[in-house]
Design a protein around this ligand. Sequence first.
Ligand code: ADP
Ligand code: MG
Length: 694
Amino acid sequence: MPQFSLNADLKYLKGVGPARAALLSYLGLKTARDLLRYLPSKWKDRRGLNEPLPHYVEKESVFKGKVISACQVYTSSAVLVFKALLKGDKGEAEAIFFRKKKGRFDPLIPLKKDFTPEKEFWLMGEPEPDFLKTRIKVSEYYPADKENIFLHAGSIIPVYPSTQKLSQKFLRELAFRVISDYLPLECEFLPQEILIKRGFLPAQESIKNIHFPPSLNALEKARERAVYEEFFLMLCAWGIKRAQTRVSDKGRIYEVKKNLLSPFKNRLGFEFTASQKKAINEIFSDMRSSAPMSRLLQGDVGCGKTVVALSAALLACENGHQTAFMAPTEILARQHYETISAFLSGLNVRIALLTSSIKPSERELIKKQAQAGEIDILIGTHSLIEREILFESLGLVIIDEQHKFGVRQRAALRGKGFNADMLIMTATPIPRTMALSLYGDLDISIINEMPPGRKPVKTYTASRREAFEMLEKEIKAGGQAYVVHPAIEENAAEIRSVKKEFEFFLKAYPQIKAAMVYGTMKYSQKEEVMRKFAAKEIKVLFATQVVEVGIDVKSATMMIIQNAERFGLASLHQLRGRVGRGERESVCIAVSENPGPLASERLKAFCRFLDGFSLSRQDAMLRGHGEIFGVRQHGDIEFVIADIYSDRDILMKAYEDKQELMQNDPLLKNQENALLRKKMLEMYGDKLKLIEAG
Ligand code: ADP
Ligand code: MG
């Protein structure tokens, strides 16, 4: 007998059993509470009406009718066929069922039993209109007098994010049983004022309607509350995290001494742009305050984030604290190491590079020096996070191209110091509303201008032949080019691989010096190729997406992207950002032989919009659901039903309400918010702990 509580184990419910319980627990569903909160990812309209539907409801063809006649159709194949003629309000339909033979058992027996004259059924399946009647290849059917038929037909039904092995039918029935028995135990956790202000239904009714909506209108309202809850609880979690950070004391006092900063500025060879200066001021002001900094530095590809970050590192260094600077790839870490070394040469700053391909003996030395405080700036890849890497006094953590890392990795690096300041850099232009939800624990600095003298990169689409012709001219005129491919090897006829294209190029243009670089190549080889390319010994670099992030070779003037339809706008823009960094005007050519309609639109937008902000807006309009302009969520913040773009209005409401609520109760410690706090911890507690560490 199951205990009557929301903690009741699903395993003991009727019809579940150990095997299904295991599959359920694989989906994170262990208790009645879990199931109540297991939200459908979309809904299917099985009412058989013709109404416009919102994007989260899918129309499904249904037919309801009484059996006129039914029989087996004799065929010679291994598949048995059964046919029934039904008559309904919409006319007649011929239902066809296909069943595979399994041993001696006749798979048609249940159908023969069910489909007797005069019995009424709901049928689901693809209809093929014929001359006089409709023919339906039946995928699902239910007798019209089945108990609780509305769970399966004649209504709007939920579709749960499921594994293949648990059928939607089973999940619907289980959800219904749990709702019937356990929903009365569910408490209201949203403050009364919010319910009234936003016109939400009470929790219980809302949960019932989101699983089994009695109408489209009821679904819309229930979904709105569920989306709101997702946003609101997460914003509360971020809010608490921020309130906690603000009162913690890092115990370091910074003074802008300028014994490193001034010489650094003097040897830069350029002036900081106004936005760079503003960002540096914001960062310095954070670093000088007693609370640890958590700041996102956002700015388009090529706007000069590195020197801003380096200024922060020098402030830490001037005050005797260390900096860890983490980049997502080895090439990028090495490049940062080299540019930073050049900027700081002659200054008394000790810099080191740590990646997985550093020799063990050197690695040991770096490890010792970092721990002894003999390295001021340690640059590296994920290697920096490894447990054995320790610092004497880590004051600042810098993370480049943050979309490549998750909260966990951020936290791991930050945890190597005591309340270390953290600066995260991203070229992903995130609209403010999205930043609120994805990075609610961060303050944001924005660089919104390019260094002077940058010329926009002309962008075209062209055929492969045209692209190679332009490439030949460009090299003759003294330029250098990247040719980027989606794959290393040939694996589908329509995809050009870097290896094949490189081979072709060597034969077709033997007079042009070319080389190839891809991710799985040995690091020393990659480095050699990159070095030669930077030194202009190599004119054309055939590459995979390894060149996407951060690579800075000023003399490169042409970017050719093959199978451009395979790349998202964020990647295309990152790739384009590799050129247009020097004096000479640069060109980007997207080669795509037969892009589909969506990819065509994408490429059109790519040619038209040259800055990341406009592009991301286009992307939001073009994209279906999925990755948002390069923001890989990495399991950081995953919404089950909320969508940051299409539910933006609800997000803004949730934000406004959270601000109001937390003004009076920043840690949600008041008695009247106890249930809210409990709910928030249930949903985001683990995440919050994580966030707490980082
Ligand atoms: P990103 O923001 O994409 O990381 P980088 O930091 O790599 O961009 O900067 C791109 C290039 O612009 C680098 O070569 C850098 O030295 C240069 N740069 C940065 N700031 C300025 C500036 N204020 N004036 C001129 N060049 C600059
Ligand atoms: Mg960069």
